[in-house]
Design a protein around this ligand. Structure first.
Ligand code: ZN
Length: 483
């Protein structure tokens, strides 16, 4: 069966560019087509080509060799002996000298090894390795095709020996970035090279060098540099990508914009964050002295670490930094003494310095009997069914006659206009808590805010006094001054 491969527009364009070239050269560009067909097509399209290659002049030695070996051999077999001549040239020469050679061409079944004229590698002569009647192996033919394609389509010159490595991956990226090619050749589009490209964009184009500067570049910003597809190919998680490029920086997910809300509902993430913080902020050799200095709500606030305070005070995975650090670093052998700042005059441990102040003021100064919920029994835990949240209030107080239970909660992170996602979350949770505590039949509720601590606890005094008056409870003497 004869298969005729139709000529594509690209093929015809390429053929037109062959005007004036030698047929032997042209054949190399169309390894799937018969010589005869190429010649016919050129004739059809009036493309003038050259038939007798340059330098095909036969030397006396070559002619003598031909005379010696031609018998019973095909032009192809002879071309393996007289390697300086093409099969056409051999056929023409034999014709001229009236030498009868074997008309049958070389067959794949003949099983033989042939050295490719381009790469010089000896390969078995099979259809897998060589196009029919060609002394250039398939691999090399494909290379030639690709070289031609890149030249024709994009005006990019590839070196035969280096192929895609003719240019560095960065050079390829620049060609791609400036829209000269639709994609980087798949042969060099490896994950390793993509990482090199992303690093190049970050450190060279955007000129970001430090850990912090790189962190500030968002994934979206990189899309402007035609990196969207590459980023997706590597990993959906941008933190993982950055860590592959800059393992020395060891980025954490919470350092990127927007840790998703549910993230802190996994205690492993919470602990991971503490470990990260300790590694970066605490001199482990002097851990005992360091913890007393660092792990108080106010000092964490002053070094701008709101997340730790938020996790302790709002998420309540742990009742204190003491408990938290002791679990993660038992080898430090911490005792409550190391967290002295938050221990009240009566020995009670409080979550934060502010909470301690509130506690001491209400209990010691106002002689108001309140209890912390630190060693919480289950009766001090509240479950908000509507929101599916657990709450443990800071303080609970009981008044025997009449029997009234009071919940006091200090919202130390309250801001009227929260400005980042942690405070916004806290803000919303506070509103939910207030609504919930106010809805309880068996409890009265007082919510305290940082502004209530101003002017020597004026807000605290006022809120407590009006609570006592409303419920006909005798006012302790230190509070009477206010009334
Ligand atoms: Zn080859």
């Amino acid at each position: 069966m004869r298969i005729i491969i139709p000529w594509t527009k690209e093929d015809l364009d390429l053929l037109k560019e062959c005007e004036g070239k030698n047929i032997e050269e042209i054949i190399l560009l169309f390894p799937n087509r018969k010589r005869k067909r190429i010649i016919m097509k050129c004739r059809d399209l009036n493309i003038k080509i050259i038939f007798s290659p340059k330098g095909t002049k036969w030397s006396e030695d070559e002619t003598n060799l031909l005379l010696k070996v031609y018998k019973d051999k095909s032009a192809f077999e002879i071309s393996k002996i007289i390697t300086t001549k093409t099969t056409t040239s051999i056929r023409n020469r034999c014709c001229k000298l009236n030498l009868q050679i074997n008309k049958l061409e070389y067959h794949y079944d003949n099983k033989d090894f042939i050295t490719c004229k381009l790469c010089g590698i000896e390969k078995e002569y099979t259809g897998d390795n060589f196009p029919k009647n060609s002394l250039i192996c398939k691999e090399c033919s494909n290379k030639l095709n690709n070289i031609e394609k890149y030249k024709r389509k994009h005006n990019i010159i590839l070196d035969f020996n280096k192929m895609y490595n003719t240019y560095s991956i960065i050079e390829w990226y620049e060609i791609f970035r400036t829209n000269k090619i639709k994609c980087i050749p798949k042969e060099i589009f490896t994950n390793e090279n993509i990482l090199i490209i992303i690093k190049y964009v970050l450190t060279e184009i955007l000129n970001k060098k430090s850990r912090k500067e790189i962190l500030e570049v968002s994934r979206k910003e990189l899309y402007k540099y035609r990196l969207a597809g590459m980023l997706t190919k590597i990993d959906s998680n941008y933190v993982n990508i950055l860590n592959q490029i800059f393992p020395e920086f060891n980025y954490k997910i919470w350092e990127m914009n927007g840790v998703i809300g549910h993230f802190w509902e996994d205690i492993n993430n919470v602990d991971d964050y503490m470990r990260w913080f300790v590694e970066n902020e605490v001199k482990i050799v002097d851990a005992k002295n360091e913890v007393s200095r660092i792990f108080t709500v106010s000092s964490l606030r002053s070094i701008n670490n709101h997340i730790l305070n938020y996790l302790l005070l709002s998420m309540k995975w742990y009742s204190s930094y003491y408990e938290w650090l002791n679990k993660l670093y038992p080898e430090w052998e911490l005792t409550t003494d190391h967290f002295k700042q938050n221990i009240a005059k009566d020995g009670e441990t409080l979550d934060s310095m502010e909470e301690l102040k509130v506690y001491e003021f209400i209990k010691c100064d106002l002689l108001f009997d309140i209890k912390t919920t630190n060693n919480t029994s289950s009766k001090d835990k509240f479950y908000n069914l509507d929101e599916k949240e657990n709450y443990v209030p800071d303080f609970i107080s009981k008044f025997i006659n009449p029997e009234i239970k009071l919940i006091i909660e200090y919202f130390g992170f309250w801001k009227d206009n929260p400005d980042n996602h942690i405070f916004i979350e806290y803000h919303d949770k506070t509103l939910r808590k207030i609504k919930f505590f106010n809805s309880l039949d068996d409890y009265k509720f007082i919510g305290l805010f940082p502004s209530d601590l101003k002017n020597n606890f004026q807000g605290v005094r006022e809120k407590l006094t009006s609570f006592l008056l409303e419920n006909n409870i005798p006012i302790p003497s230190p509070l009477k001054e206010v009334v």
